[in-house]
Design a protein around this ligand. Structure first.
Ligand SMILES: Cc1cc2nc3c(=O)[nH]c(=O)nc-3n(C[C@H](O)[C@H](O)[C@H](O)COP(=O)(O)OP(=O)(O)OC[C@H]3O[C@@H](n4cnc5c(N)ncnc54)[C@H](O)[C@@H]3O)c2cc1C
Length: 384
């Protein structure tokens, strides 16, 4: 067992920190903190992260991807601003799903633009009536000759309004047990009639979370992805990888809150000394640091298990649920250390708090992750 980062991992983490400080943050600072970034700025960001292999980190280099270990990806991911981390994942996981489900001709057509970050991607699975349970999806695709017709409404699409490519999960029939069968189709909003709008949310506000309406939306039938088998299974496999990454995005936000709390408590004086010298303030700092460290360890562990090729359903679920909740509480403590300053916009903590609040929903809500872990422990599924 080895708890220290290797020299190479330290280098990976440190270059991610430099990339964010030097290249990414100036672009974010040039835009309002509470509005979705324009597409031109997103393009600039994707140019930067693609150079680091983040457009397709889970795809081998021999296939044109970044070929990263999941743990190495996690070390970089933790350093990204949380809203952009969500965007990067939406893009790269969509690229991975398309890659897995595409036939050779489709790979040739779609992958170069996705691997180079020239086109930004997102996945549309959730619907107003179906979130945690994808079996409730109602968006349909019907193939008629050379054209597939998509009808339905999708919601919470990360990158939706800036995406050049949206992989839309649709029902395309029924299996012999009477259950809907799912397939994905690649929709390009520039050429198909899909209506997309931005949804206002409490956090991750420089990002894009969108709703899309498909009304007799015509898409070339050649865009139906059907080579990789089961679209629902592919969702599960990729969700497992996503979960510890989202946990690390939460740890990254909490690290920033911790740094602010340590700094503030060292200069703010009450009762004749810096508040950092009061025992209960030290307890808050100790609790925040513990949340960061324990979240990191669980997430690194789950990612490392994946790198070892082991089954990771329970560990991935545990890591995300624990990290997002522990970090939400910890950021609240950092606000408390700041007293009245903590609730001002100026201090910057309220934004971290609102951002982390968003993270306990995607890729499995806390309740669903609890049930996944419970199923691993007991062998019994308690979802229905
Ligand atoms: C930041 C963000 C990014 C997202 N990105 C995407 C994206 O790119 N593409 C996409 O398709 N979707 C995306 N989503 C949507 C996300 O996957 C869904 O919001 C999530 O699956 C939950 O679905 P829901 O919101 O419909 O909640 P519901 O499924 O309706 O759940 C509501 C509540 O009921 C609980 N619940 C549900 N079933 C059970 C059960 N069996 N037992 C106990 N409790 C239960 C849930 O835990 C939750 O608290 C994103 C969401 C967010 C917040």
């Amino acid at each position: 067992m080895e708890f220290q980062l290797t020299e190479e991992q330290t280098l990976i983490r440190d270059s991610a920190i430099s990339m964010v400080e030097r290249d990414i943050q100036p672009i974010l600072d040039a835009h309002p903190v509470d509005q979705s970034l324009p597409k031109a700025a997103m393009r600039q960001l994707y140019d930067i992260t693609t150079r680091q292999g983040l457009a397709a980190p889970r795809i081998p280099t021999s296939e044109g991807g970044g070929g990263m270990k999941m743990l190495d990806y996690g070390l970089i991911y933790e350093q990204l601003p949380a809203w952009f981390a969500v965007s990067v994942m939406a893009h790269e996981v969509t690229a991975s799903r398309i890659y897995a489900e595409a036939n050779p001709e489709q790979r040739e057509r779609f992958m170069p633009d996705l691997f180079s970050g020239r086109k930004i991607a997102g996945t549309a699975t959730s619907e107003p009536g179906a979130g945690s349970d994808p079996r409730g999806l109602t968006t349909r695709m019907d193939v008629d000759g050379d054209t597939a017709i998509v009808n339905g409404r999708k919601i919470w699409i990360s990158n939706g309004s800036v995406a050049d490519i949206i992989a839309v999960t649709c029902i395309d029939g029924v299996d012999d047990k009477g259950r809907n069968t799912l397939k994905r189709i690649v929709v390009e909003p520039a050429v198909s009639n899909v209506e997309i709008r931005e949804i206002e949310t409490v956090g991750l506000q420089q990002g894009h979370l969108s709703e899309a309406v498909f009304e007799d939306c015509e898409v070339p039938a050649d865009n139906v992805l059907s080579s990789g088998g089961d679209a629902a299974k592919m969702l599960t496999v990729t969700w497992n990888g996503n979960r510890p990454l989202v946990g690390l995005a939460a740890a990254g936000l909490t690290q920033r809150a911790f740094d602010l709390a340590v700094e503030y408590s060292g200069v703010r004086e009450q009762f004749g000394k810096p508040i950092a010298g009061h025992q209960l303030v030290q307890r808050n700092l100790a609790d925040i640091e513990t949340a960061i460290m324990s979240s990191r360890l669980l997430c690194y562990y789950a990612l490392d298990m994946m790198d070892q090729g082991q089954r990771e359903n329970g560990a991935a679920a545990m890591a995300k649920r624990y990290a997002t909740k522990a970090c939400e509480n910890a950021i609240s403590l950092a606000m408390q250390v700041h007293g009245g300053m903590g609730i001002t916009r100026e201090a910057g903590l309220e934004r971290l708090w609102r951002d982390v609040r968003m993270l306990s929903v995607p890729d499995g809500t806390d309740d669903i992750l609890t049930l996944i872990q419970g199923r691993e422990i007991t062998g019994l599924a308690a979802f229905r």
